[in-house]
Ligand binder design. Structure first.
Ligand code: HEC
Length: 186
């Protein structure tokens, strides 16, 4: 139990004192249950934290949207794959893509190292983009694509993109789509 004191001015005249308008100072002790106080503090802290997280996500999404311009020529501004003329598809749709929605390491390796060209389904080539995006930008574009087209809500952290870049630093060749989809399913 903690005691908190504050002063109030009573409106009632002091007993035994003649005349109106005399006020007495009364010290009121208010007992606030320690747990309630803690709950209140935690409540305020979590509201503030939620706001900070929301602001941070907004910044990441803005950077991601900016960096997505690198992808638009092939994947289209709507992410559904650019079709310059009917029957000609530059790149697959990112909407509901297993690689976009799955284990984020899969999308990271696809963007960093590209995807091995195995068929003529798409006119474009998923090129390695490791030199075009730094770790922060990769995390941002991944967050943007996963949130916008993959139905995800979490923010990809820079510490993870640093880890994935390091993990694949030795591989010189793009992975095959099947290998990437396997990682996505892990
Ligand atoms: C020059 C064209 C081109 C650009 C630019 C490009 N992509 Fe791709 N992307 C492709 C093609 C083509 C494929 C399909 C490769 C395959 O499977 O053969 C692909 C596949 C993908 C996939 C896997 C989708 C799936 O489910 O198969 C992801 C994810 C992806 N790209 C993300 C991106 C992102 C993010 C960017 C921008 C940072 C980007 N791409 C830029 C052409 C491009």
């Amino acid at each position: 139990m903690s005691l908190q004191g504050f002063t109030v001015y009573s409106q009632s005249p002091v007993r035994g004192y003649r005349g109106e308008g005399a006020y007495r100072k009364v010290k009121v002790k208010v007992k606030i249950n320690k747990m309630k106080k803690l709950t209140l503090i935690l409540g305020v802290v979590s509201v503030l934290t939620a706001q900070l997280v929301a602001d941070e996500k907004e910044d990441v999404m803005a950077l991601g949207q900016q960096k997505f311009q690198l992808c638009v020529a092939c994947h289209g501004a709507d992410g559904k794959g650019m079709k310059p003329v009917p029957g000609m598809v530059m790149a697959p749709s990112l909407v509901n893509s297993k690689i976009v929605k799955g284990n984020p390491q899969a999308m990271a390796v696809a963007v960093l190292k590209g995807i091995k060209k195995e068929d003529t389904k798409y006119v474009g080539i998923m090129m390695p983009l490791e030199a075009s995006l730094n770790d922060e930008e990769l995390a941002a574009v991944m967050t943007y694509v996963r949130n916008t087209y993959g139905g995800k809500s979490e923010v990809i952290k820079e510490k993870d993109t640093i880890k994935w870049r390091e993990l694949y630093s030795k591989s010189k060749e793009p992975l095959a789509r099947a290998e990437i989809e396997k990682i996505a399913a892990e």
